[in-house]
Design a protein around this ligand. Structure first.
Ligand SMILES: Cc1cc2nc3c(=O)[nH]c(=O)nc-3n(C[C@H](O)[C@H](O)[C@H](O)COP(=O)(O)OP(=O)(O)OC[C@H]3O[C@@H](n4cnc5c(N)ncnc54)[C@H](O)[C@@H]3O)c2cc1C
Length: 555
C-alpha cells in the first residue's frame, strides 16, 4: 500500500542544468578563444567554466535574484543612510568575478610604467565575462563599468594614479572608505537623466568649479541621474554642464577626508529583470567631483568607455543566448514525449539547430570584436572595431530576446515558472539591447561611419570580400550593401537593414572560415533568404541538424 500522499512517482522530468563546465561543453567558444588570439587562456577558462556552471554558483545566482537589493534610506533615528543592502549571494558572485579579474584584467599592463598589454587580453576577459554572465548577469554591471571606466580615467593622470592601482587589485572590498584606505574599488557611471538618455547633451546637472577650473580640478555638482546602476560603487563617472559645456567628472562616494559625498538615492528601480543589480535614481547637492579632460569635452572623454561597454553588451548577450540554448538542449535530451526524447523529434531538432546557428554567430562576432580591441594599432583591426562595434552590439543584443523566448518554450510549462533558468534569462535578455545605445542609436552610429569615414567601411568590406570567397549568398549581400551605400537619400531610413546585413555578412564569413560545414552551410542557406520564415525552426530541411545541436552542448 502507498504511504499517505505517496500518490505518484516523479519521472520524465529533466534534472536541473547545473554542475556543467560552461567552457568545455561549448565548442564555439573554445574555438573562438584560440582563433582570436587567447589560446594561452584556455586552461584558466576551463577552471572558470567549471566554477560558473557549478551547483554552488548557480545557487548564489538564484539567491541574489530572489533577494534583490534594498535601499536603506534612513537609520532608526531618521538620519540619512543612503546605503544599498545586497544579499550575501550577490557579494559572493562579485568576489568570484573580481577574483577572476573580469573588472580590469585587460589593463593589467598599466600596473608598471611602460607595461605592454598581454596579447589577447580583451579576448580572454571577454570569454570570462561570457561565462560569468551565464553564472549570473546582474552582478556583471559593475564589472563592465569598472573595466570600461579605465581609458576615461587615464585622461586625468592624477586621479588615475590614485584609483588605478585599486581598480587593478583583485580584491572585492565593500567598505565605505576613501580610496586610499581601500583594498579594491569598483566604478559606476551616471549619464542618463529624466529628460534624456541617448541625448546626453540635454543633461541639466550643473558643475561649478571650487577654485581654478580645468582638468583635474574640483567642482561642485548639483542635479540628478535617472538611472545610476551599482550605486554602492566607490566612484561614478558623471556628466554635468560646466561653464565650458558638458563635461566628465569623477564623483567618489566617500571623500578623501572620510566624509560621505552629497549623493541621495531617491529610490531603486523596480525592473523587469536584472534583479540582483541595483539601479538607482539619485540626486547630487553640491557633490564633489573632479574634472576629467577639458571642460566641454565630456562626450569625447566618455566615448572610449561607451565603446567598451558596447563590447561587453554583445559578449553578455552571446553568453546568455548560449545558456538559454544549452538549458533547452539539456531538457530535450531528457524529456520524452510520444515514446521519443524531445531531441529526436524532427520539429524540435529543427528549432534547436536553428537557435544554435544564431548562438554560433553571436559567439563568433563577439569574440572577433574583442580581438579588434586587442589589436587596435593595426589599421584593419581599428576599422573593424569602429564599424563592427555598433553592428555586433545591435545584432547580438537584438537576437537575444527572441532566442530566449524560443528556448523557454522548449521547456514547455517548466520554462514559464520561476524555478529554473529560462524565465530569468528571458527577463534579462532585452536589457543589453537598451543600455549603452539602443537599436536605432547603433544603426545611426553605423550610418555616421558610412558618412564620415567611408574608408573604414571599405576596409572592413574588402576584408569580408576576401573571406567570402566564392560563396554566392555572401557575395550577393556584399553587392547589396555596397549599392545601398551609393544611395545616401535612402540610407537613413534603411539603417536597420544595413546594420543587420553587415552583421549577417560578417557572421557568415566568420562561420564559413572557422565553423564545421554543418554549421556554416546551414547558416548561409538560411540567413540570407529574404523570404524565409521569421520564427525559429524553418528552412533547415537539408541541414545536418543533429550535428549542429550536438556541437552546441557537448556531452
Ligand atoms: C536596468 C538599467 C540600468 C541602467 N543603468 C544606467 C547607468 O548605470 N548609468 C546610466 O547613465 N544609464 C543607465 N541606464 C540608462 C540607459 O543607458 C538608457 O535608458 C538608454 O541609454 C536609453 O536612454 P533613454 O531611456 O533616455 O531613452 P531615449 O533616449 O528616449 O530613447 C528611446 C528610444 O528612442 C530611440 N532613439 C533615440 N534617438 C533616436 C533617433 N535619433 N532616431 C531614432 N530613434 C532614436 C532609442 O533607440 C530608444 O529605443 C540604465 C537603463 C536600464 C534599463
Amino acid at each position: 500500500m502507498l504511504e499517505p500522499f505517496q500518490t505518484h512517482e516523479v519521472f520524465n522530468q529533466s534534472p536541473p542544468f547545473q554542475d556543467v563546465n560552461l567552457f568545455t561543453t561549448d565548442a564555439a567558444l573554445k574555438e573562438a578563444v584560440s582563433r582570436e588570439g587567447a589560446a594561452h587562456a584556455v586552461p584558466g577558462l576551463m577552471k572558470f567554466g567549471a566554477i560558473c556552471g557549478s551547483t554552488e554558483a548557480l545557487e548564489q545566482a538564484r539567491l541574489a535574484n530572489e533577494n534583490p537589493p534594498r535601499l536603506l534610506g534612513f537609520d532608526s533615528t531618521g538620519a540619512r543612510l543612503d546605503v544599498v543592502e545586497y544579499h550575501p549571494a550577490y557579494h559572493a558572485l562579485m568576489q568570484i568575478s573580481i577574483g577572476q579579474g573580469l573588472h580590469s584584467s585587460a589593463w593589467d599592463h598599466l600596473a608598471e610604467p611602460g607595461g605592454v598589454r598581454r596579447p589577447g587580453a580583451h579576448v580572454e576577459r571577454s570569454a570570462g565575462c561570457y561565462l560569468a554572465n551565464q553564472m549570473e548577469a546582474g552582478h556583471q554591471c559593475p564589472i563592465t563599468m569598472t573595466n570600461a571606466a579605465v581609458p576615461t580615467l587615464l585622461l586625468a593622470p592624477e586621479l588615475a594614479a590614485q584609483w588605478l592601482p585599486k581598480i587593478l587589485a583583485r580584491s572585492y572590498d565593500t567598505s565605505l572608505r576613501p580610496v586610499v584606505a581601500k583594498r579594491g574599488v569598483t566604478l559606476g557611471m551616471g549619464m542618463t537623466e529624466k529628460q534624456g538618455g541617448t541625448d546626453v547633451r540635454a543633461n541639466t546637472t550643473r558643475a561649478e568649479p571650487v577654485g581654478r577650473p580645468g582638468p583635474g580640478a574640483e567642482y561642485l555638482i548639483t542635479g540628478h541621474k535617472w538611472f545610476m546602476s551599482a550605486p554602492m560603487s566607490d566612484a561614478f563617472l558623471v556628466l554635468a554642464q560646466a561653464p565650458g559645456g558638458l563635461s566628465s567628472f569623477l564623483l567618489p562616494r566617500v571623500l578623501p577626508d572620510g566624509s560621505r559625498n552629497q549623493l541621495r538615492f531617491q529610490r531603486l528601480k523596480d525592473k523587469l529583470g536584472n534583479r540582483s543589480n541595483a539601479s538607482s535614481e539619485v540626486e547630487f547637492q553640491a557633490a564633489h567631483g573632479w574634472l576629467i579632460g577639458e571642460e566641454g569635452r565630456g562626450v569625447a572623454s566618455i566615448m572610449e568607455m561607451v565603446t567598451l561597454t558596447r563590447l561587453d553588451c554583445a559578449v553578455a548577450s552571446a553568453g546568455l543566448m548560449r545558456l538559454a540554448l544549452a538549458n533547452a538542449i539539456h531538457h530535450c535530451r531528457h524529456r520524452r514525449v510520444f515514446q521519443k526524447h524531445l531531441i529526436d523529434q524532427p520539429l524540435m531538432q529543427q528549432v534547436l539547430a536553428d537557435m544554435a546557428l544564431d548562438v554560433e554567430a553571436a559567439t563568433a562576432l563577439a569574440l572577433r570584436l574583442a580581438r579588434a580591441f586587442d589589436r587596435a594599432e593595426d589599421k584593419s583591426e581599428a576599422a573593424w572595431r569602429r564599424l563592427m562595434t555598433p553592428v555586433t552590439k545591435y545584432w547580438v543584443c537584438k537576437m537575444g530576446p527572441a532566442l530566449g523566448y524560443e528556448a523557454l518554450e522548449c521547456l514547455g510549462g517548466n520554462g514559464y515558472v520561476e524555478a529554473g533558468l529560462a524565465a530569468r534569462l528571458y527577463r534579462e535578455l532585452p536589457l543589453n539591447a537598451i543600455w549603452e545605445g539602443s537599436g536605432n542609436v547603433m544603426a545611426l552610429d553605423l550610418l555616421r561611419v558610412l558618412e564620415r569615414e567611408p574608408e573604414t567601411f571599405e576596409r572592413v568590406l574588402e576584408g569580408l570580400a576576401t573571406d567570402a570567397g566564392g560563396e554566392a549568398p555572401l557575395r550577393a549581400e556584399l553587392a547589396r550593401l555596397r549599392s545601398l551605400r551609393q544611395d545616401p537619400a535612402r540610407l537613413l531610413a534603411r539603417g536597420r537593414d544595413v546594420i543587420e546585413g553587415l552583421a549577417l555578412l560578417a557572421a557568415g564569413a566568420l562561420l564559413r572560415a572557422a565553423a564545421p560545414s554543418s554549421v556554416a552551410d546551414a547558416f548561409l542557406a538560411t540567413r540570407f533568404s529574404r523570404t524565409g520564415g521569421r520564427s525559429y525552426g524553418q528552412g533547415l530541411a537539408g541541414a545536418d541538424t543533429r550535428a549542429i545541436v550536438d556541437r552546441a552542448l557537448a556531452g
